[in-house]
Design a protein around this ligand. Structure first.
Ligand code: MF3
Ligand code: CO
Length: 258
């Protein structure tokens, strides 16, 4: 069941999204060689609570932290740890969510630690751009497959792999609502998009193959072939005008160019 949000509910989600944007900006600035992902997690929870919001990941199905911190060949859902120390040349994805006034926001970015190899920077840049290719399709009357196709065709044109076993999702009062939002698809296929839909779109792009596996910790997802992975996510809406709007990136204006 897809819950469409009215104008007032979209405003609530804009408020949650803007808070999460602030949190992620601070986290991005804090990432330095020598830091542990556990430190980053403590900082995230402090920032979220300072906004009088609730960390949505903490205790979600038993998850033990406020962020997911996934390094290099880890795709998503890496658990922060004292002994996970960031070192120069790594890439780290930070995924975080919060609830304010009952409304969820969910967003992730990947960034290099210190100086990184050009091939890894390209992976990060292409993943972000694949997201923006996708979200430009999030228009009233289009289909879910238009988003997935846009993400997939852009990422694969670089020889990258598009993870299939995990997808984006609807979001609202719950972190995960219908529909599931794959990062692959066929134009014109899948659920029709409507004004008032709120979605977390989150491409997970690898250097090579799309196959992934879960570690024994029951959470961390890694690539099968050891290739590194980048993840980028925003909570978006198809807004009152039927156009894509980034809830977790306030002020970002989508341009018309393809
Ligand atoms: N942000 C993730 C998602 O997009 C959820 C993280 S799972 C949790 O679905 F357990 F860490 F919360
Ligand atoms: Co998500």
């Amino acid at each position: 069941m897809i819950y469409l949000k009215n104008a007032q509910q979209l405003d609530c989600m804009r408020r949650s999204g803007a808070m999460l944007y602030e949190v992620l900006c601070r986290l991005r600035e804090a990432i330095k060689p020598g830091m542990s992902t556990a430190e980053l997690d403590v900082y995230a929870e402090q920032l979220i609570r300072k906004h009088k919001a609730i960390p949505s990941f903490l205790d979600y199905q038993g998850y033990p932290a406020s962020i997911c911190a996934s390094i290099n060949d880890e795709v998503v859902h890496g658990i922060p740890a004292e002994d996970a120390i960031l070192k120069e040349g790594d890439i780290i994805s930070v995924d975080c969510g919060l609830i304010f006034d009952g409304w969820q926001a969910d967003s992730a970015f990947t960034v290099g630690v210190g100086k990184i190899a050009p091939e890894h920077q390209q992976l990060i840049d292409v993943t972000e751009e694949s997201f923006f290719k996708g979200i430009r399709q999030a228009i009233n009357g289009n289909h879910l497959g238009d988003i997935g196709y846009a993400v997939q065709s852009y990422a694969e044109s670089f020889g990258y792999g598009v993870v299939r076993d995990l997808t984006g999702h609807g979001i609202g009062r719950a972190m995960h609502e219908d529909p599931s939002v794959p990062n692959f698809g066929r134009p014109g296929h899948g659920t029709r998009l409507r004004a008032g839909m709120t979605l977390a779109i989150e491409p997970m792009i690898t250097q090579r193959g799309w196959e992934v596996a879960q570690l024994d910790d029951g959470w961390t997802i890694v690539t099968d072939d050891g290739s590194w992975c980048s993840h980028y996510e925003h909570t978006i809406a198809i807004n009152e005008k039927g156009l894509p709007e980034l809830m977790t990136y306030p002020g970002y204006v989508l341009t018309e160019e393809a």
